[in-house]
Design a protein around this ligand. Structure first.
Ligand SMILES: [Fe+2]
Length: 580
């Protein structure tokens, strides 16, 4: 999401840093930047699948130096027979290789030994450890603990996915946008208290790049300034991984993550970013590489092409119930965004060749969904897919801001509204208008805008004639898919007056729910008869703790491709406009 529009004079700069001097300062040779493959280099599977607990003879039992597990543990990208296990060692001597082992069990008391895997890690990967634990049973809970130099990590719990043929109901925690400077991650803590979650879907903005005072002031950042170098990105990831509430959630469930913009910098795209000044802040390709490298090192992500940190869009399968398509709508191949609000007369947002995801990723998505055997296709998306529309003359009286926001073709150039031709291409494919078969039961999960939105996906929400791609706002007829935009963990909501929101809804009848004030998380429950999205709101982010409430629940019935209507639209719009 657009963070604060940058006031460049307030940003602390690092003038005069050349690529050579800044790499030298990091102690990194040019050839090594971005060239390491963490998955290949950080450990090996000793394949101890014989259930022989050999914990008494590991090489790490003889301490060679003092180490700590300050950043806890994590798991991610589960498959039916494997899962990524992650930790980070903090060694006393950063010049030496650190060895250790992870042990995997079937019980929390760590008595039912399954297997162990040895690892080595060095400063080259910032002493992070990432192992793919293979040979596991489908749909099974496992517990794991890392050891090194006589020290043990916290115990983690994770779970493999159901295998093909398995169609049990699934529950996912869905989160996005955790600005540490804006407060405490109570949403993560509340989600960690649940027992019924199969995996956490994190839609991005897991970290934020800003320095102190630039975006939020409840907690201070490490480093104190905007993150630009590889060392900066690693330090910020390390700070997040020391947050006790985030640690709780990582310890309970596997994460399936994708980056949005703030894992690199605000409103980033393939060739640059709003919050990047070429030259003064280095070379974009290098900065992007630093962000991607730190992300790979510090997140429990399984790269679809080992060694290629620039490509993270991937599919995660949950038996015959769910195929999850995690998209990269930022760095892989995105063109520069259109201006916000979109200017309907300049034609930029609707240019036919503008791309958000690029041809390779489009084919991955559409061909993958079309070939999928799963009942539900979830798309892990970052920026809002459905249209935000305000038309002139329909809102009375209009606040002054409305005049600036009148945009019949969309409001947010950073979202899919700014890439409308590619969005239409996807909608056409879902309907089967591209020569292929129609694709049903597609649910788009979105973050980025720090607010909750529920919408039908249709060509033109204001066209009432079904035969020409129209949409019935009462029944949802004409919708081809649905979208649940989850609110943020802490990041601030849209600074839009209620009247603007109501004006959007008045001419956007495909939008079924809006909440711009609550922070929290969602639980997505996927079953054979329906998919349900619960919106949970936390009572505070200004201190650790507090309570939570169920704010809203919306459903999609199997095969309907539309939000199940609740009441008669647009009652809340009318009451809102009347001030009731
Ligand atoms: Fe965000």
């Amino acid at each position: 999401m657009s963070g604060p529009r940058r006031k460049r004079s307030r940003i602390q700069k690092r003038p005069g840093i050349t690529r050579r001097s800044f790499l030298k300062g990091l102690g990194i040779g040019t050839a090594s930047v971005g060239g390491l493959s963490l998955l290949q280099g950080c450990g090996s599977d000793n394949d101890s699948t014989t259930a022989t607990d050999n914990r008494t003879t590991p090489s790490d039992n003889t301490p060679t130096q003092n180490v700590q597990f300050l950043h806890s543990i994590a798991s991610g990208d589960p498959a039916f027979d494997s899962v990524v296990l992650w930790t980070r060692i903090t060694p006393e001597n950063t010049n030496r290789t650190v060895a250790g082992r992870v042990d995997v069990f079937k019980d929390e008391a760590l008595t039912m030994f399954v297997k162990s895997m040895d690892f080595q890690t060095t400063a080259a990967q910032d002493f992070t450890v990432k192992l793919i634990c293979n040979g596991l049973e489908q749909d099974t809970v496992y517990f794991y603990q890392f050891r090194s130099n006589g020290k043990t990590s916290p115990v983690g719990r994770t779970r493999t996915t159901p295998a093909a043929g398995n169609k049990r109901p699934l529950n996912f925690g869905v989160v996005s946008c955790s600005s540490l400077a804006h407060g405490f991650f109570n949403a993560y803590a509340k989600l960690a208290e649940r027992d019924d979650i199969d995996a956490i879907i994190h839609l991005g903005d897991y970290i934020y790049e800003y320095g102190n005072g630039q975006y939020g002031n409840v907690r201070e950042y490490e480093p104190a300034t905007e993150i630009i170098t590889l060392s900066d990105y690693r330090t910020r990831h390390a700070q997040y991984k020391r947050d006790e509430d985030l640690q709780k959630l990582h310890q309970r469930f596997p994460f399936i993550t994708i980056w949005d913009d703030h894992e690199s910098t605000n409103n980033s795209y393939r060739d640059g970013a709003e919050n990047h000044t070429e030259g003064a802040e280095g070379v974009w390709e290098e900065r992007k590489g630093f962000a991607q490298r730190a992300y790979d090192e510090w997140m429990p992500i399984r790269l679809p092409e080992p060694g290629n940190r620039a490509k993270i869009f991937r599919r995660v399968q949950f038996g015959d119930m769910v195929d999850m398509f995690m998209l990269d709508t930022r760095l892989f191949d995105r063109d520069l965004e259109a201006a916000t609000p979109i200017n309907p007369t300049d034609g930029v947002s609707s240019q036919p060749d503008r791309t958000m995801i690029g041809e390779e990723q489009y084919n991955f998505l559409i061909n993958g969904m079309r070939a999928s055997q799963a009942q539900w296709k979830l798309i892990g998306n970052q920026v809002v897919f459905h249209q935000w529309i305000i038309k002139p003359g329909l809102n009375n009286p209009a606040p002054a801001q409305l005049g600036e926001l009148l945009a019949p073709s969309g409001l947010n150039g950073d979202a899919w509204d700014g890439y409308s031709a590619e969005r239409q291409r996807i909608i056409n494919a879902l309907r089967g208008d591209d020569g292929g078969e129609a694709i049903n039961n597609v649910v788009i999960l979105t973050g980025d805008v720090h607010t909750a939105w529920v919408a039908d996906i249709t060509d033109n929400p204001n066209q009432p004639i079904d035969a020409v791609g129209g949409y019935n706002p009462i029944t949802g007829q004409g919708s081809v898919a649905t979208e649940f935009v989850v609110t943020s963990v802490t990041s601030p909501g849209l600074d839009l007056p209620n009247q603007i929101i109501q004006a959007i809804r008045l001419t956007s009848p495909h939008i079924k729910h809006v909440n711009v004030t609550e922070r929290g998380y969602s639980v997505l429950r996927v079953a054979e008869d329906k998919t349900t999205c619960e919106y949970w709101a936390v009572s505070t982010i200004l201190e650790r703790g507090g309570s939570e409430t169920l704010s809203a629940t919306f459903e999609v019935a199997d095969g309907a491709n539309r939000i199940t209507p609740q009441g008669i639209y647009p009652v809340d719009v009318v009451t809102g406009l009347l001030g009731v």
